[in-house]
Write a protein that binds this ligand. Sequence first.
Ligand code: TXA
Ligand code: MG
Length: 332
Amino acid sequence: MGTKIFKRDQLHDAVELLRAGQLVAFPTETVYGLGALATNETAVKSVYAAKGRPSDNPLIVTVSDEAMMRRFVKEIPARAQKLIDHFWPGPLTLLLLAKPGALPAAVTGGLPTAAFRCPDDSLTHDLIADLGDPIVGPSANTSTKPSPTTAQHVYHDLHGKIAGIVDNGPTEIGLESTIIDLSVEQPIVLRPGKITPEELSEVLGEPVLINAGTKATKGVPKAPGMKYRHYAPSAPVQIVDEPTDFAKINLDEHTGVAASKAILQKIGAKHGFDLGPDLIAADHNLFNALRYFDDQPEIKRIFVQGYHTGENSMAYMNRLGKAAAGHHFKAE
Ligand code: TXA
Ligand code: MG
C-alpha cells in the first residue's frame, strides 16, 4: 500500500479514505494520531494491527467538538463541562461513562468508559467535522516506540501499512495529552501532560488525585496503555538528573547525549542532540531526540537531561522515565 501525504487542500481525499474504513494519520498539538472511523469496528481493529498494539489497550475517541462527543456518552457531568469550557480544544482527554453500545468494543476495550479528546489543530478539526463522525486516535507510532511529532516519524514507522498522513508540520507540544478520569468519585489524572493537576484542580474548584497509571486498581491498570513498555529506543537510556553530572559520563563514539546546547558544548559530545534551552523546548524535542539516536545503529547508550521543576516537569519525566525504564545515571 502506498502511503499518501495530504496537505490542507487535499483534506477531502483523506476524509474519503476514512469513510471507506482506511487508516489515515492526523496532526494534533501533542503528537500525531492514527485515525480510523471510530464507528467502524473493522477499521478500528486494523489500527491495532498496524501499530502492533495489544488489543486490551483501548483507544481515544477524537472529536471535532463537544456536540459530537455528546452522541457517545451517557451524560456530560458538571465537572466535564467545566473542563471542556476551559480547555477544549486542547491537550486534555476526558474519561467518561460511554453510552452503552454506541462505540464498538474494539474502541473501549470492552470497558464501560471511553476517552474523549478534541485536539487543537485546524486541519484535524476540519477533517473530523467533514467526516461527521469521530476517529480513534492512538499515537501514530509502532507500539513501544516514541510517539511521532512529525509526519516523517509517522511515515518512518507506518508507511506501507496505512493509506495516508495529513501533514501539518511538527507538533507544538510534543508530549501526549493529559488524561483525567471523571467516571469515578474523585477526579484523577491517569496520564500527566501539559495541563497539570494543579491547573485542573483550579478550574474544578476541588482536589484532583494523581495516578500516573503505573499502579493497578484492583489488578486493573486505570489507563491500560500505561502498563506497557513505551517510548523506548533499542539502546538503553539513562536520565541525567544534575547538569554537572554530564561531565562525568564516559563519552565514546557509541554514546548519544540529549541535553541543552550549553551542556553539549561544555562536554564536547560527539553525538549530541540539542533538546533546547528549557523544559518547554525539551518537551517538544524529547521524542525526536530518542528517534534520532534510534536510527543510528552505532549508538549503544543514550543519556538524556532530566528536569525537576515540580508539576510542570511531570509529563516530561513520566515519558523519559519509561524510555529509560527508570534508570538514572550515577557518577562512579
Ligand atoms: O495526545 C494524545 O492523547 C494522543 C493524540 C494522538 O491525540 N493520543 C494518544 O493515544 O496518546 P494513545 O492511544 O497513545 O494513548 C491513550 C491512552 C492509553 O494509555 C490508553 O490505555 C488510555 O489512553 N485509554 C483510552 N481509553 C481508555 C479507557 N476507556 N479507559 C482507560 N484508559 C483509556
Ligand atoms: Mg501511544
